[in-house]
Design a protein around this ligand. Structure first.
Ligand SMILES: Cc1ncc(COP(=O)(O)O)c(C=O)c1O
Length: 395
């Protein structure tokens, strides 16, 4: 029976990262995966997380299952972090959430709930979007439509085209929005644009499904959630999938959360019960370690402040790298790369052709996605000159 299954190609992004690891060139540059790396090329553990871990290890006497909704401090902390301390929806008690295995698990639980409420519902996704969205949500049975989003000629959002396409989104449809730091293009909506999307959702009845995996890595924790919070303040229903992989460095601990914003408290409770049943049939119980750490950080004022300082340093370094990259690329190529400075978060589309990307890989051991998406946080003081020269060479 099993021998009918053919071998599948590796995931294109993970495959590229593996090819880079195997490349013996000591000057190789890995800009593939969305992982924050410091100037030494290391993906660091946050000090606040380390402290929480030391305390957890000292106190932990059991590895029994968590409750099905996960760690209470984590869920409460995440609701406040994402929706804001002064969220009216939180004060009204019309929010519930479930801990999930990473942002992917959170998206999946969101999709399971949508599928239960409206089988085969249409999800509008940006063109482009993170390539994992479609298989992750589609395998539940949801269907897709795309809306135009990124304009390669301006390196920004084509908002007129986005609005034109989303005019066709109706009641019962979902619109998947990147809460901040759009992956792959780094081009985010302005506050005015979020407001327009809010008005369209009110008028047309579609529901936002928000993926926020990079809160704190664009303009800071509050600013990065401002668009999402605007929608939460004016719409009756919304689902948010949040990840702690990047902003708490908990990648491998699979720490995320699905937040349901509902019409009232009864409905929020009903959705939590649905989410627990959905989780039970997909992976049964949530993983503990990452959420116990994040929950401790979010419930302790001193650890929260330490973590926020570390995150701000990280965010400032990424934005500093953006400025450095603009200067180095302009110097090396004589071309205008100013757009890199305007983008948010870890990613940028450099605007190179597939052939140029291939040349970079084959001639210079510089690895980026075929679309020329780079992880800006993979740039550092040792590789930036080499990278700029290599790019100048291929263009
Ligand atoms: C846009 C987007 N959403 C969600 C995720 C979820 O990540 P994780 O499942 O590792 O928390 C990622 C990770 O790269 C992402 O880029």
């Amino acid at each position: 029976m099993l021998d009918v299954l053919p071998r599948l190609p590796d995931d294109p992004i993970l495959g590229l990262a593996a090819a880079c690891r195997a490349d013996p060139n000591p000057q190789k540059v890995d800009l593939t995966l969305g992982i924050y790396m410091d100037d030494e090329g290391v993906c660091p553990v946050f000090g606040a997380i380390s402290e929480a871990q030391t305390a957890l290890v000292a106190e932990e006497i059991s590895k029994a299952y968590l409750p099905p909704a996960g760690v209470a401090d984590f869920n409460n902390g995440m609701q406040r972090l994402v929706l804001g301390q002064d969220s009216a929806a939180l004060a009204d008690g019309r929010v519930s959430s479930i801990q999930a295995p990473g942002g992917c698990g959170a998206l999946r639980i969101g999709a399971e709930i949508i599928q239960a409420a409206a089988p085969g519902a249409k999800v509008w996704v940006s063109d482009p979007t993170w390539p994992v969205h479609i298989p992750l949500l589609g395998s539940v049975g949801l269907t897709f439509e795309t809306y135009r989003y990124y304009d390669a000629s301006t390196h920004g959002v084509n908002f007129d085209a986005m609005v034109e396409d989303l005019k066709q989104a109706g009641s019962g449809d979902l619109v998947l929005l990147h809460g901040c730091c759009h992956n792959p293009c780094g081009a985010d909506l302005s506050m005015d644009q979020w407001e327009t999307i809010g008005s369209m959702a009110e008028a047309q009845g579609f529901m936002p499904f928000i993926d926020i995996a990079y809160q704190g890595l664009g303009d800071g924790l509050e600013a990065d959630a401002a668009g999402l919070r605007h929608l939460a303040a004016r719409l009756p229903e919304m689902i948010v999938a949040a990840s702690c992989s990047k902003n708490m460095g908990l990648y491998r601990e699979r720490t995320g959360c699905t937040i349901f914003l509902c019409k009232d408290k009864d409905n929020a409770d009903a959705l939590l019960s649905q989410a627990k049943v959905a989780a039970r049939r997909v992976y049964s119980m949530p993983p503990a370690h990452g959420a116990l750490l994040a929950g401790r950080v979010l419930a302790d004022a001193a650890l929260t402040s330490q973590w926020q300082d570390e995150l701000e340093t990280m965010c400032a370094r990424i934005n500093g790298l953006r400025s450095d990259l603009v200067l180095k690329l302009q110097e090396a190529t004589g071309r205008d790369f100013e757009f890199i400075r305007k983008e948010k978060g870890m990613f940028s589309f450099l605007g190179l052709s597939a052939d140029q990307v291939k040349d970079l890989r084959e001639k210079h051991s510089v690895y980026m996605l075929g679309s020329s998406r780079i992880n800006v946080a993979g740039v550092n003081s040792r590789n930036i000159d080499y990278l700029a020269k290599a790019i100048a060479d291929v263009i």
